[in-house]
Design a protein around this ligand. Structure first.
Ligand code: FAD
Ligand code: MLT
Ligand code: ZN
Length: 480
């Protein structure tokens, strides 16, 4: 008998017993030590409570569990890898919300190298989906720092971007069909793998980026691509942010299809990696204030990407844009270079308290945005350290701010809202977005009325009310 049955909760009588009977011992966690990892987020911004964590292993099991919860009027919080940057997968403190982990729905149901499609269940870890595609001689291109933990259901529910959006699009663009358990427990089988399908409203797109507020994604048919047969990777010290953008244009204008990723890093962010991450060394001789990583890939074995990179970097050096550069000589070296970029979130965490600003502006305005935000932020909190980095080719920079050295982290975090407001004011003037890829979750609900109010938020609320009239799916997220 689960020990939470005696806990002081408002869970309707009989519900936990019915769920335990339906899901069995592996399908329902109740011991406090088993619940703990599901109750806080990667950034440790929130700590919630739940009577149990459900872990269904089949879509039908999940559907039956949802029916039980819906009949009892109990709210549910979908959880994948729990890597949300905005507290999206964390239950609130009431102890009423039941966490539903998709981690046991983790099969790859089909993989077709002719259609270039893969049908994966929601709990498949992104890295494993990439590996499965590679074993079949294909590429599943979505790539981000949390790929060893984040799941297919999670990346679709947040419409994650990551490093390869510049070439392959966000998670949404990689999705052809979905299977969903709706808030009343009905199963919608929309796992079509068609490239063209104009049959009424494209329902599948409603669930992408919905952050679990409209239903549970249980499986998805994903687009794959031919595997790259020629690659090149350059780590460059550049003169400034204008030079970083100019270099992006050089590569994009020469061969847009070859630019798989183009990432910006500030000197501060790279220094934090050198200081905190084992095995990271500066790969160029010049210590700079600005760096970029240029990742090229082509399915053509004779694409000549290394030669192209050498030529363009040579031209950029003559133009004074690039100060120093190194090209990876091997796959192992390429992984080392990528590590410097991928470890930015972890290195920032280890340096102390930081506030994240996942913003986007038109690509052409990125240098101005970084400059202006950095100036405003250091005026707002003297001694604070701006750490802009990220997906410059998409206009999406993580305009993060690290606490001043020696400052009390709590005192710094107490200024979070001032910091976000400061960045958002600049971004707004540039017709940008206050959340480019991490979503709204719980952290940014208060920004929605100001940024997406009027007809836009009203329409979102009506869609929510139509699909989830009882408000049981991930309450307190996206809307407040
Ligand atoms: P969770 O964190 O578990 O959930 C995220 C949201 O989706 C929640 O609202 C949850 O309720 C909902 N959800 C999860 N699964 C389902 C489902 N099956 N059905 C319905 N709703 C569901 N994001 C980027 O876009 N780009 C990046 O480059 C990037 N880098 C990151 C680097 C690090 C180190 C970390 C920790 C995170 C990073 N993220 C990035 C954040 C990103 O949102 C997540 O990594 C990923 O998209 C979430 O996947 P997850 O499985 O962990 O989902
Ligand atoms: C990344 O791109 O590494 C994350 O999305 C950014 C962050 O941690 O702020
Ligand atoms: Zn990112």
């Amino acid at each position: 008998m689960p020990d939470t049955l005696n806990a002081p909760l408002a869970t309707p009588p009989g519900l936990l017993e019915a769920l335990a009977e339906l899901l069995g011992p592996r399908g329902m966690l109740t011991a406090p030590e088993d619940l703990a990892p599901h109750l806080s987020d990667w950034r440790a911004l929130y700590r919630g409570a739940t009577p149990c964590v459900l872990r269904p292993a089949e879509t039908a099991e999940l559907a039956a569990a949802v029916k039980l919860c819906a009949a009892a009027g109990v709210p549910m919080v979908p959880q994948g890898g729990n890597t949300s940057m905005v507290g999206g997968a964390t239950p609130d403190e009431s102890g009423r919300q039941i966490v539903v982990s998709l981690s046991r729905l983790n099969r790859i149901r089909a993989l077709d190298p002719v259609d270039l499609t893969m049908t994966a269940e929601a709990g498949v870890v992104l890295k494993l989906a990439q590996n499965a595609a590679a074993e079949a001689g294909c590429l599943f291109p979505l790539s981000l720092g949390a790929e060893g933990t984040a799941t297919i259901g999670g990346v679709l529910s947040t419409n994650a971007g990551g490093n390869t959006t510049v070439r392959y699009g966000n998670a949404r663009e990689l999705m052809l069909g979905l299977e969903v358990v709706l808030p009343d427990g009905q199963v919608w089988d929309g796992l079509r793998r068609l490239r063209k399908d104009n049959t009424g409203y494209a329902l599948r797109h409603l669930f992408v980026g919905a952050e679990g507020t409209l239903g549970f994604i249980t499986a998805a048919t994903l687009r794959m691509f031919p595997r790259p047969r020629d690659t090149a990777l350059a780590f460059c010290a550049v003169a400034d942010t204008d030079a970083a953008l100019a270099l992006f244009r050089r590569f994009r204008d020469r061969d847009e299809s070859a630019v798989r990723a183009f990432e910006y890093m500030s000197g501060a962010g790279v220094d934090f990696c050198l200081k905190h991450i084992e095995g990271v060394t500066l790969p160029v001789e010049t210590r700079a204030e600005h760096y970029v990583l240029v990742d090229l890939a082509s399915p053509r074995p004779d694409a000549g990407l290394r030669e192209m990179a050498e030529t363009l970097l040579g031209e950029a050096m003559e133009a004074g844009e690039v100060l120093d550069a190194v090209l990876a000589e091997s796959e192992a070296q390429a992984q080392k270079l990528w590590k410097i970029r991928e470890e930015h979130p972890e290195a920032q965490k280890r340096e102390g308290a930081s506030v994240k600003n996942d913003v986007s502006v038109p690509v052409s305005r990125v240098p101005e945005m970084i400059r202006r935000c950095s100036e405003e932020l250091t005026k707002l909190i003297p001694g604070s350290r701006p750490v802009p980095f990220g997906h410059i080719g998409d206009g999406n920079i993580h305009m993060n701010l690290e606490q001043p050295e020696g400052m009390d982290p709590a005192a710094f975090l107490a200024r979070s809202h001032d910091i976000m407001d400061c960045v958002n004011a600049v971004v707004r003037e540039m017709d940008g977005s206050f959340s480019a890829e991490h979503g709204i979750g719980r952290l940014k609900t208060d920004m929605m009325p100001e940024w997406r109010g009027g007809a836009e938020l009203d329409t979102m609320r009506r869609i929510k009310a139509a699909l989830d009239p009882w408000g049981l799916m991930n309450p307190g997220k996206v809307f407040f």
